[in-house]
Design a protein around this ligand. Structure first.
Ligand code: DX5
Ligand code: ZN
Length: 214
């Protein structure tokens, strides 16, 4: 599956970007929420998410790169998020925050940064709909894929299979047409791609090219 990251979209013409994603039937739309605190960048918040909601029925895959995400879950639910992914180190109580997301009937994800080990999954995996494996350090689009993510994808996949779960693996950062196949072969279910998808006059053809690889 493919989840284009809106971060690289043309923000002066989001209506056009959504029209293309609707017509090309992408699986999810990846929304990167950054607070300038958990990550060294600021993007956009729930108000923008809410105003984008009427433009599509495609599920919103919301990646919260914010401190204390527990304080904003309700707002993102109200704004129309379908999947809400948090970073474990950003929250005070991982299990409580995941329960909060699930309590609203939404899908919950946990993100692992390139330097994070799998340990955090040990007692949380059963609660997760999705594990987001970061293949760049969170904060910016257009960075280079960190190869150690491939081993992490395989290890997470093994863990999910060993426990007979259906948890999806999503991979985010530096994914291009020329490394996507490797990421899929390692065990990824959902590819996030920003700069490799949103490109002036080429967005539609880029989505088509990614879909052909899936
Ligand atoms: C990085 C974000 C990514 C980013 C991906 O913090 O989580 O979703 O937008 O962008 P590319 O595909 O350009 O690496
Ligand atoms: Zn992201």
């Amino acid at each position: 599956m493919i989840s284009p990251s809106l971060l690289s979209a043309d923000f002066t013409n989001l209506e056009k970007e959504f029209k293309i994603m609707n017509e090309e039937k992408v699986d999810f739309i990846h929304l990167d929420i950054m607070d300038g605190n958990y990550v060294p960048n600021i993007s956009y918040g729930p108000g923008i998410v809410k105003s984008l909601r009427p433009l599509t029925e495609i599920p919103f895959d919301t990646h919260l790169m914010i401190e204390r995400p527990e304080n904003f879950i309700e707002e993102f639910v109200k704004a129309g998020s379908d999947i809400i992914t948090i970073h474990p180190m950003a929250t005070k109580h991982i299990d409580r925050t995941l329960s909060l997301i699930k309590g609203y009937g939404k899908k919950a994800g946990l993100a692992l940064n390139p330097g994070d080990s799998l340990d955090v999954l040990n007692y949380n995996l059963e609660k997760l709909d999705l594990v987001l494996i970061m293949s760049v350090n969170p904060g910016f689009g257009g960075q280079k894929f960190i190869p150690s993510a491939l081993r992490k994808i395989k290890e997470v996949k093994q863990l999910i299979e060993k426990r007979n779960l259906k948890t999806l693996i999503e991979v985010d950062g530096g994914i291009k047409l020329d490394n996507a196949k490797k990421v899929l072969n390692a065990g990824a279910d959902i590819l996030v791609a920003g700069s490799a998808i949103f490109e002036k006059d080429k967005t539609r053809e880029n989505i088509k090219a990614f879909k052909e690889l899936l």
